[in-house]
Ligand binder design. Structure first.
Ligand code: ATP
Ligand code: MG
Length: 305
């Protein structure tokens, strides 16, 4: 298996355009409603598969209809979903996203089974057998904040597995917990708000520098429409976004991670891999949902020309 995505699995239900909740029992006809496999592990898994990678995803979802749908979507996209454990006491994590005409994306969210993921769900030897392990949302899958899991990561890295990580939430308490994973991470990709919450530095360059002292050799801070900042020991680069017509930026962070990992898997250096991430994210921004417009690697890389 090339990549193991491990962490948050969310079913996204999206509608656009939505200007507000109608009064009373009012109905508003919208252009489009979609359902996607999302969350920092599942969304990245689907994007990785679309970009041609072999992916197995590990997480916790409910033993409910939402979970069945999530598994179906992942499997249809070519993701191996056999690493998902099903919970009876917790529902599948789900978000409802009414996307504004300007692309703004408020959400209603149930954390559900994501909060129940523990080390026991991770098959023995699975991480060490992968070229890449992507920790998606360690701030919400805090059951993995466990010495036994950290030993699994350490053992995998000793045999050459590369570990990437992307947080999910914007909650300082949860993000503080994610810091425990950093010594076991090669490349860390928070957004600006998450980097600030984890370091107390509102300047992304200073936040990246502070995060680099905690273990990772690369910190990429994503800056929404302002692109991203790629920081390694002694070097900082800013990557702008290509000009695209933006419809909805849901999942852009996940697509960025998928493009970045795909670049590394193709032997690219960190900066070039970040360009691949930028292109994958800009692709997804052009439609509704975390997998929008992502047809394959060639179309994504064409955006860089
Ligand atoms: N309006 C946009 N146009 C083009 N690219 C964009 C736009 N917004 C975001 N991106 C790309 O997506 C990347 C990630 O976006 P952002 O910083 O919003 O991530 P995020 O908040 O983590 O998103 P997610 O909710 O998917 O995790 C950016 O670094 C940029 O490359
Ligand atoms: Mg993100």
């Amino acid at each position: 298996m090339t990549v193991v995505t491990l962490g948050a699995h969310i079913l996204d239900v999206l509608a656009r355009p939505v200007e507000g909740i109608p009064d009373g029992q009012g109905t508003v006809v919208v252009d489009e409603i979609r359902v996607t496999a999302a969350g920092a592990a599942a969304g990245t898994a689907v994007a990785l598969a679309r970009l041609g990678n072999e992916v197995i995803s590990v997480g916790a979802i409910g033993d409910d209809d939402l979970g069945d749908l999530l598994v179906t979507i992942m499997a249809r996209n070519g993701v191996d979903a056999t690493g998902l454990v099903r919970r009876t006491a917790d529902q599948t994590s789900t978000s409802i996203l009414p996307i504004r005409p300007d692309g703004g994306r408020p959400s209603f969210h149930v954390p559900g089974a994501n909060l129940t993921l523990t080390t026991g769900a991770v098959g023995p030897g699975l991480l060490a057998a992968a070229r890449f392990v992507h920790l998606g949302g360690p701030d919400v899958t805090f059951g993995l904040n466990d010495p036994a899991f950290f030993e699994m990561l350490a053992a995998a890295r000793r045999t050459g597995t590369v570990v990437t990580m992307d947080p999910l939430s914007a909650m300082p308490d949860l993000l503080a917990g994610a810091a425990a994973f950093l010594p076991h991470v090669d490349h860390f990709l928070p957004n600006e708000e998450q980097a600030a919450a984890m370091t107390g530095e509102s300047d992304p360059e200073k936040a990246a520098a502070a995060l680099l002292t905690q273990g990772p050799r690369t910190v990429i801070v994503t800056l929404g429409a302002d692109g991203s900042l790629v920081a390694t020991a002694g070097e900082v680069h800013r990557l702008p976004v290509p000009p695209v017509e933006v419809v909805d930026t849901t999942g852009c962070g996940d697509a960025y991670c998928a493009g970045f990992i795909t670049g590394l898997a193709h032997g690219k250096d960190v900066l070039e891999a970040a360009r691949w991430g930028t292109a994958a994210a800009a692709t997804v921004a052009q439609g509704l949902g975390s997998d929008a417009c992502l047809t394959g690697l060639d179309a994504v890389l064409a955006l860089l020309k």
